[in-house]
Write a protein that binds this ligand. Structure first.
Ligand SMILES: [Zn+2]
Length: 385
């Protein structure tokens, strides 16, 4: 498969959903199995694993892979992988499970989504994981807080999925990696740039996307709609922003809007690598990495995420990072620009902080159109009302 630029990570698109007789046999065993109730992030991980968004992973990490991901950002096979995908359980549950067991993984209503074949049960050092993955042990960091709050034992092993998590929103936008790949082929795209976001698209993001689009066949606008922080803008509002923006300002045959059901971990640089690998599985050949990608608070340096890509050989990641500066509207240039293209001083630049924009919207004040398209501003203001 070498030479195919948008091959899935590890070469094969994983599909863990079992059907037919295999599913019937597995379902027949479920009533006798120990049950583990998954939280929101674990359910999202099951979906990502099942549809191949986490290829080449076929389940939750066993110890050698876990250690290897923490220490070297690689699976034990040497393939790059930056975020440990693990199943943590409480001591109560861990006490009743042994290696070799099958465990039913259920949602909070008791529906079995998947069956884990437990290969290994192992203890882990939460502080060490926090330091390696999040570069901090501060419990105020939302990703670190999640690690500290979860169970003390990890269950590793392959997963077979009986049923994907049910969704009642964004149904027309829930394309799996297989489906985005088919869509790109239909559109005749050979090169596709992925854009991760958990925010509305302001002019600065639009500019970056369009600069990237000048060099590739199409854009996958791929907002994350899994679990985020409570102060991030709700996914339904963001989706409306994307819809009005695409409708008014993007050629329809050059952009695909689809949602990414992953949960945010806020791991900054390591999550940027992870986001890129996931988009590779969705069929992207390029990935936009902004400043402070997937960061939170002041835990990461502005360029840490972009620099981390340099620690890998381009061929081993298999997706090309496109690194962008902070962009803005410059009144003297009369267009969107960045420090790379504009010679003028800050006084000419229209820069508004996220906090300032939220204040304006709450006060019923329309942000300048050089900052936010009026159609997008309207969606955001309506959401405030
Ligand atoms: Zn300028």
């Amino acid at each position: 498969m070498t030479g195919i630029k948008n091959a899935p990570h590890g070469g094969v698109l994983v599909d863990l959903l079992v059907t037919g007789k295999e599913a019937d046999a597995l379902k027949a065993r479920v009533p006798r199995l120990k049950k583990v109730v998954l939280n929101e992030r674990q359910i999202s991980d099951i979906e990502m694993l099942s549809i191949g968004a986490f290829s080449p992973l076929t389940g939750f990490l066993t110890k050698s892979d876990y250690d290897s991901v923490l220490e070297s950002m690689r699976l034990s096979t040497g393939i790059p992988w930056s975020i440990p995908i693990t199943l943590a359980v409480s001591d109560d549950v861990a006490g009743t499970v042994s290696a070799g067991d099958e465990v039913a993984l259920t949602d909070d209503e008791g529906t079995t989504l998947a069956v884990l074949h437990v290969v290994e049960k192992f203890a882990y050092d939460k502080k060490h994981e926090a330091q390696q993955v999040y570069r901090t042990t501060d419990s105020a960091h939302p990703g670190v807080a999640a690690v500290y709050a979860q169970g003390d034992t990890l269950l590793g092993g392959p997963v077979r999925v009986l049923q994907l998590p049910k969704h009642d929103d964004f149904l027309s936008y829930r394309l799996t990696p297989k489906q985005t790949r088919a869509r790109f082929a239909e559109l005749g795209w050979k090169t596709v740039v992925g854009f991760q976001t958990r925010n509305p698209v302001h002019r600065a993001h639009e500019y970056i996307q369009k600069v990237a689009m000048e060099g590739v066949d199409g854009l996958l606008l791929h907002p994350l709609v899994g679990q985020t922080k409570s102060d991030d803008i709700p996914a339904d509002v963001r989706m409306k922003c994307y819809e009005v923006l695409i409708e008014g300002y993007y050629p329809p045959n050059r952009v695909v809007l689809s949602v990414n059901p992953a949960a945010m971990r806020y791991a900054g640089p390591r999550e940027a690598i992870f986001h890129a690998l996931v988009r590779k599985n969705y069929g992207c050949t390029h990935f936009i990495v902004g400043r402070d990608h997937a960061g939170v608070g002041n835990y990461y340096g502005t360029y840490d995420a972009q620099m981390l890509f340099d620690e890998f050989e381009p061929d081993e990641l298999g997706i090309i990072p496109l690194k962008y500066e902070h962009t803005f509207y410059c009144k003297a240039c009369g267009n969107m620009a960045s420090a790379k293209t504009c010679p003028h001083g800050r006084e000419h630049h229209l820069i508004l902080s996220g906090t300032k924009v939220r204040e304006m919207l709450r006060a019923g004040e329309v942000p300048p159109e050089e900052f936010t398209r009026p159609a997008v501003a309207k969606v955001l203001m309506d959401a405030q009302a």
